[in-house]
Design a protein around this ligand. Structure first.
Ligand code: MG
Length: 384
């Protein structure tokens, strides 16, 4: 490296170390204030700690497997609806938009968003409920807790420590998803925007996917106040849209409207509360949340999706098959733990057979779970 290049490199690193203090709002979480990692590591020369967290997640095997895990509808239905991975990317995209507008730490926002659903088992919430029943005697199963187990223990990628050794702020953010009601202090704003973005994403895309899969009709969605209001907003700009064009315009409006509402509300609360530090965020009310009317409309939409989509006979049929296959595999591997991959056999003395079998099953993609089920003599298909 020439002297000039070395000087330019040093200048870039200097700028990098200062950019957060220049760009971020006083209530944002700065990398320099991070509490560090469980296993201490030297700093990276040109990536901040939250950038490293994000990179560790995107390079992990558990993250890649999200592309073959169900969000609501299985991959056998086609190639157009959301998977757990595309959902995660939509959440990250919306959360980054919110984070940048509020001058929060986008690296931390992204790391949190990419982590938030890592713990989902195969077959979406159907799989989660089945594993929860299988593991009832040893504390049950929740995808939010499982994400923590994965990033702290199960994912093996580095010689010096188990898991991904993510920053304590990322772990705390995920922990806040586990015990939302009992947390003693408010989550960081970066955590709050991911939580809000998750809700915007699934409320919008579950309806979109249900329309595409013809489990719902636009007319049914327009019975719900949230969709009616979005359609009214669209009509002010384009009076004559019909069918698919109208659906797409409503979906865009729904996201834009909700994000705009979240921002307006957050800015108002930050200003009214005189929030000027992370400490103030910790003791304030939740700052990033929809206004009361919009929150009620979202709840009405969710009730309708629950009734007509998540409980649609075709979806319920898939759910029953998925749960039966997971329960049977659970019993099978519990009876024959020697058939587990070595990494899971090795954990049995530490966590006990049921939990290790549960960890193995939870890590499976939908496709791999079907293959394994077929291997033990089950009927492989979980298609509708
Ligand atoms: Mg999610």
């Amino acid at each position: 490296m020439s002297d000039a290049t070395a000087a330019a490199y040093r200048a870039l690193l200097d700028f990098e170390s200062q950019r957060e203090s220049v760009l971020l709002a006083p209530y944002a979480m700065q990398a320099a204030a991070s509490a560090g990692r469980r296993h201490s590591e030297p700093p990276h020369p040109y990536r901040g700690p939250f950038q490293r967290d994000r990179d560790r997640v995107t390079h992990s095997a558990v993250y890649r497997r999200l592309s073959h895990k169900t969000q609501v509808f299985t991959g056998e239905l086609g190639d157009h609806h959301r998977t757990r991975l595309t959902h995660t990317l939509e959440v990250a995209s919306i959360a980054r938009t919110l984070g940048r507008a509020l001058r929060l730490n986008e690296d931390l926002v992204e790391a949190l968003a990419l982590t938030h659903d890592l713990g989902h088992p195969p077959y979406g919430h159907a799989g989660e409920d089945a594993l929860d029943a299988c593991l009832a005697g040893v504390g049950g199963f929740s995808h939010n807790r499982q994400a923590l187990r994965i990033v702290e223990e199960l994912e093996q990628r580095y010689p010096d420590f188990p898991g991904l050794n993510l920053s304590l702020e990322v772990l705390e953010g995920q922990q806040a998803r586990v015990n939302k009601a009992t947390a003693e202090r408010r989550p960081l704003l970066e955590v709050q925007v991911v939580e809000a973005a998750d809700s915007v994403a699934y409320d919008t895309h579950d309806a979109d996917d249900a329309l595409r899969l013809e489990l719902l009709e636009l007319a049914e969605l327009l019975e719900v106040p949230l969709w009616r209001e979005a359609a009214r907003r669209v009509a002010r700009r384009w009076a004559d849209l019909r069918d698919k064009e109208l659906e797409r315009a409503i979906l865009h409006e729904l996201i834009d409207w909700q994000v705009g509402d979240l921002l307006a509300g957050a800015i108002e609360r930050l200003s009214a509360g005189g929030i000027d530090s992370v400490a103030a965020v910790r003791s304030a009310e939740v700052i990033v949340r929809p206004n009361a009317e919009l929150a009620e409309q979202k709840t009405e939409l969710e009730a309708m999706l629950h009734e007509r989509v998540y409980r649609h006979p075709q979806v319920l049929a898939m759910r029953q098959q998925a749960q039966a296959s997971l329960k049977r595999m659970f019993e099978h591997f519990l009876a024959l733990p020697d058939l587990l991959p070595p990494a899971y056999q090795n954990r049995i003395p530490q966590v006990g057979p049921p939990r290790s079998v549960g960890d193995y099953l939870a890590g499976m993609t939908d496709r791999f779970a079907q293959q394994q089920y077929a291997k033990i003599g089950g009927v492989a298909s979980t298609s509708l």
